[in-house]
Design a protein around this ligand. Sequence first.
Ligand code: PGA
Length: 255
Amino acid sequence: MKQKNPLVVANWKLNPTKLAEAKTLFSETKKKLSKLSSVKVVIAPPAVFIAELSKLSKVEGITLGAQNIFYEERGPFTGEIAAGMVEQFGVSHVIVGHSERRALGESDGQVNKKIQAILKRKMTPIVCIGEKTRDAEGNFFNEIENQIKELARGLTAVELSKLVIAYEPIWAIGTGQTATVEDVKEMQLFIVSTLAKLHERKLAEKIILLYGGSVKASLAKELYEQGGMNGFLVGGASLSAVEFVGIVNATISQK
Ligand code: PGA
């Protein structure tokens, strides 16, 4: 039985290309979601659209997210955006350590600094972890364990309990190759036990875990009910309001 309310996050990445399209997608998604209450929905558009989208009518349970921030508050950092800059527009969650950013050079140390900057602004970091490939010997579990140790470095138990951790196997992102329910469940148990080794089990069980990687509406219900995670981080499918809302609806308890 799941104790926490589900969380479903839309990661629009570098889409759509025009503000008008972003507004339409945002409004359509919100309209279809407006009857929900138990599911928390976060939409993370490209940063330049955040200010405009924050002016559109508010619906309870839906907030804006950012896809990245820099760890300094101000200063000579050309091209960067600070946590405080997005926070003033009502951003509640910030994605950090996404594999597409790690591929551009974001290190574990930077991920850790960004987590601290986001927490300082009272927003929730959604920290992405995930293995590049899977091997029959299970070495990828070491990769995941190391990523968890690095992201948690220097964080207090209270800080750690505020994180959302998104398990996004890199081989599943944008490939159409969704992880199986069994793989997701196994990883959920592994992440909780790794966190429990760092702090205590009670705290580890409090941390919200998401699955991401080619999530589609047709698979979401089974993945949510049996995969053990508390929701999803959705990329490609979040660019269709119908598909994204289908994923959100899959997390609503029928009981
Ligand atoms: P995808 O992306 O759903 O398109 O695989 C997920 C993500 O990268 O967050």
